[in-house]
Write a protein that binds this ligand. Structure first.
Ligand code: GCU
Length: 591
C-alpha cells in the first residue's frame, strides 16, 4: 500500500484526479423513455465559468468548503453565485466570443427549490444531452457521469433532493483519440449543456421503456407493444389505449416485462400522410403517453419498400447546426431545415454524423420526413480499444432507445468513412448486431468508402448492412469524373445503395466559369454530372448530397472557406440558395 508523501496535497499533486469519478457511469442500462411525460424544467440561466485546468474536479469545489473546522475562512478559488450566467440549453461557443474556440472543462451551477410530492414518488434529474462528458453533483454529492455528446441520460435523486438544492455539472468537450468521435472531425467541436435539463417525478413502479410498432410482416395488421417496468410491483396488467382507433386492450406483465401483439390496422404513416396516433399505456399509478406513426420499412432485393411500395430516397445530408445557436437548434430552426429540404423535393434527410435532438425526430414524424440517424463512429476511431467500443455502443443504444417509436427514423447508421481494417470490421459489425438485437423493425447502414484504386464498391462491412451507403466526391476531391460511371460498372452490389454523400464547395454569391472552383457554377456543373450518372444506376435507391447548408469547420482554412465547409446547397443561415439547389430540385421532381 503506497502512502503519499507527508506534504502531498490532493488538488495539486494527484495526477489521476479523474479516478475517483470513474464510477458510477450512467448509460443505456438506466434508460427511461420519458416520451411525452410531464417535466419540470431546469433550463434557464445557470452560473458558469470555463475551467481550463479541471480545478473543480481536482480541488473538489462542489464540496464548497468555505471554512476549516474552527470556522476560519479558506481562500477558495471559486465564487459560484457571483459568476456570470449562461443560458441552458446552449453551446458555450456561441454564447460569448471569448468562449468560441474553447475546448476543455466548464462548470455550470444553479440552485433550485423542490416541493416534495407523495412519499412514494421517485425523482429523476434528466439531461437530453451534454457535450461530451458530464460529471453531476447534487448538494455536494457526486451522482455520477455520462459520456457521449448527443444522447440523453439521467440520475435518480429520490431522497437526495431537498427543499433548496445546489446542482453543479462539470462538462468537458476535449477531443481525444479514444472518444467517439475522436480528435479529428470535419465539424466544429461545440461544448456544453446543449440540450434541456429537467426534473421528472415517477411512481414507485413505472414504465421504464415502451415500444409500439407494426410487426414488419407485410400485412400492416399486427401491432406489437412491448414494455419494461422498474419498481417493486413487476407482475400485473397494463392497459394499452389508442382512443382514435377505439383500441383498449390488456397487456400481461410478468417480472417487469410485457410484450403482446394485437390485431390492429391503423392508417399508415408516410411522408405524404404523416398520420400519428396518441398511444397511452397505464400500469398502476403510471401513465406513459406518446404520439406514434405506424409504418413498415423493408428491403427486398435492391429495393427499399415503405409500406410495401418501392421508393427512391430523395434526400439531403445535414449537420445539427445554426449560425446563432450551434447545436442547440430552436424548434423553428428545425422546422425551417425540413421546410427548405422539402422545397428541394426531399422526403428524406440524413442526420449526420451524430444523434440530432429528440425534438428533430419528433418534428420529422409530424411533418413527414424519413430519417437516417447516425452515431459519430467517424473516420479513424480507436477501433482496437474496448472502452471506445463501449462508448460507441452505448451512444448507439441510447439513440435506439430514445427514437425507437419515431416513425420517421428508418435507418440506423453505425458510422462514416472508416478505413476497411479488421479492427474496424469487428467494431462496426458488433454495432450492427446491437441494432439487430434492439430494433428488428429498421434498416441498418453506414456511409462507406469505395476502393478508389480498384474502382469498386468492396467495403467488407457491406455484407452486414441492409443498405450500402457510399460517400463519393468525383468531380471534386477526385477530379477525374470518368471514374464515377466506371465505379458502378465495376460493382455488383446485391442490396440497395444510397449515395450518402457527393458534392463540392461553393461560396454563396461567387460566380464564374463552370471550371472555376468555389463558384456556384462549378458546384452546379458537378451536381449536373453527378445526377446524370447516379440516375442511370438501377441499384442506387437514394441520394443525400453533402450538404443542405454550409457549416462551421475548423479544418477549412482556405481564404474562401473562412473556417466554414462551403459544400452547402444554401448559405449557413439558409437564406440564400446556390445554383446547385435547383439541379437537385429538378432531378427530384423526376423521382
Ligand atoms: C466527408 C465527410 C463529411 C465532410 C465531407 C467534406 O465525406 O463525411 O463529414 O464534411 O466529406 O469533405 O466536405
Amino acid at each position: 500500500m503506497t502512502t503519499e508523501p507527508a506534504n502531498f496535497a490532493e488538488n495539486i499533486h494527484r495526477v489521476d484526479y479523474l479516478t475517483p469519478y470513474a464510477e458510477p457511469l450512467t448509460d443505456a442500462g438506466a434508460y427511461i423513455d420519458l416520451a411525452l411525460r410531464e417535466r419540470e424544467s431546469l433550463d434557464g440561466d445557470w452560473h458558469f465559468a470555463i475551467d481550463p485546468y479541471d480545478t473543480c474536479l481536482r480541488a473538489r469545489w462542489f464540496e464548497e468548503k468555505y471554512v476549516d473546522e474552527a470556522g476560519r475562512p479558506y481562500p477558495v478559488d471559486f465564487s459560484f453565485d457571483q459568476w456570470e450566467t449562461i443560458s441552458v440549453p446552449s453551446c458555450w461557443n456561441v454564447q460569448k466570443e471569448l468562449w468560441y474556440w474553447y475546448e476543455g472543462s466548464a462548470v455550470y451551477v444553479r440552485n433550485f427549490s423542490f416541493e416534495p410530492g407523495p412519499a412514494s414518488e421517485r425523482v429523476f434529474l434528466t439531461f437530453d444531452g451534454a457535450a461530451y462528458a458530464a460529471y453531476v453533483f447534487l448538494n455536494g454529492e457526486y451522482l455520477g457521469w455520462h459520456q457521449g455528446a448527443s444522447t440523453p441520460f439521467r440520475f435518480e435523486v429520490t431522497g437526495k433532493v431537498r427543499d433548496d438544492n445546489r446542482l453543479l455539472v462539470v462538462v468537458n468537450n476535449d477531443r481525444t483519440p479514444e472518444r467517439v468521435p475522436m480528435d479529428n472531425t470535419d465539424w466544429f467541436n461545440y461544448g456544453g449543456l446543449h440540450r434541456s435539463v429537467n426534473l421528472v417525478r415517477l411512481p414507485k413502479t413505472f414504465i421504464e421503456t415502451a415500444s409500439v410498432a407494426l410487426r414488419p410482416d407485410g400485412t400492416y395488421s399486427t401491432v406489437a407493444v412491448g414494455l419494461t417496468l422498474t419498481g417493486p410491483d413487476l407482475d400485473g396488467q397494463a392497459e394499452v389505449t389508442i382512443p382514435e382507433l377505439n383500441f383498449n386492450e390488456i397487456l400481461d406483465v410478468s417480472g417487469g416485462v410485457g410484450i403482446e401483439e394485437f390485431d390492429l390496422s391503423p392508417e399508415l404513416w408516410s411522408p405524404d400522410n404523416p398520420k400519428l396516433y396518441d398511444v397511452y399505456i397505464r400500469y398502476g399509478a403510471d401513465e406513459w403517453h406518446d404520439r406514434v406513426g405506424f409504418r413498415e420499412i423493408r428491403v427486398v432485393g435492391q429495393d427499399i419498400l415503405l409500406n410495401g411500395t418501392p421508393l427512391f430516397l430523395t434526400g439531403v445530408s445535414q449537420h445539427e447546426e445554426s449560425v446563432a445557436n450551434g447545436r442547440s437548434l430552436t424548434e423553428e430552426e428545425i422546422r425551417e431545415n425540413f421546410r427548405v429540404a422539402r422545397e428541394m423535393g426531399c422526403r428524406y434527410v440524413r442526420l449526420a454524423h451524430y444523434p440530432h435532438s429528440g425534438l428533430t425526430s419528433r418534428i420529422a414524424d409530424e411533418v413527414g420526413m424519413l430519417l437516417w440517424e447516425e452515431v459519430p463512429v467517424y473516420w479513424a476511431i480507436d477501433f482496437a480499444n474496448e472502452a471506445t467500443f463501449a462508448d460507441a455502443d452505448n451512444q448507439l443504444r441510447e439513440l435506439l432507445l430514445r427514437d425507437r417509436n419515431r416513425a420517421s427514423v428508418i435507418i440506423w447508421s453505425v458510422g462514416n468513412e472508416n478505413a476497411d481494417s479488421d479492427a474496424r470490421l469487428s467494431f462496426m459489425s458488433r454495432l450492427v448486431a446491437t441494432c439487430r438485437s434492439l430494433d428488428p423493425t429498421r434498416l441498418v447502414s453506414a456511409a462507406c468508402l469505395v476502393d478508389s484504386t480498384a474502382l469498386v464498391i468492396a467495403d467488407r462491412l457491406a455484407e452486414h448492412l441492409d443498405i450500402i451507403g457510399i460517400n463519393e466526391y468525383y468531380g471534386w476531391y477526385e477530379p477525374d469524373f470518368s471514374k464515377l460511371p466506371r465505379l458502378f460498372e465495376n460493382s455488383a452490389p446485391t442490396k440497395p445503395v444510397i449515395i450518402s454523400e457527393f458534392g463540392a464547395d461553393a461560396v454563396t454569391g461567387r460566380h464564374g466559369g463552370a471550371d472555376e472552383m468555389f463558384t456556384e457554377e462549378n458546384q452546379e456543373a458537378i451536381y449536373r454530372r453527378q445526377v446524370e450518372v447516379l440516375g442511370s444506376i438501377p441499384y442506387i435507391r437514394g441520394t443525400s448530397p453533402w450538404i443542405l447548408y454550409d457549416f462551421r469547420c475548423p479544418r477549412r482554412v482556405h481564404v474562401l472557406h473562412g473556417y466554414y465547409n462551403r459544400k452547402g446547397l444554401l448559405s449557413p443561415d439558409r437564406t440564400q440558395k446556390k445554383l446547385a439547389f435547383t439541379v437537385m430540385q429538378e432531378w427530384y421532381k423526376t423521382k
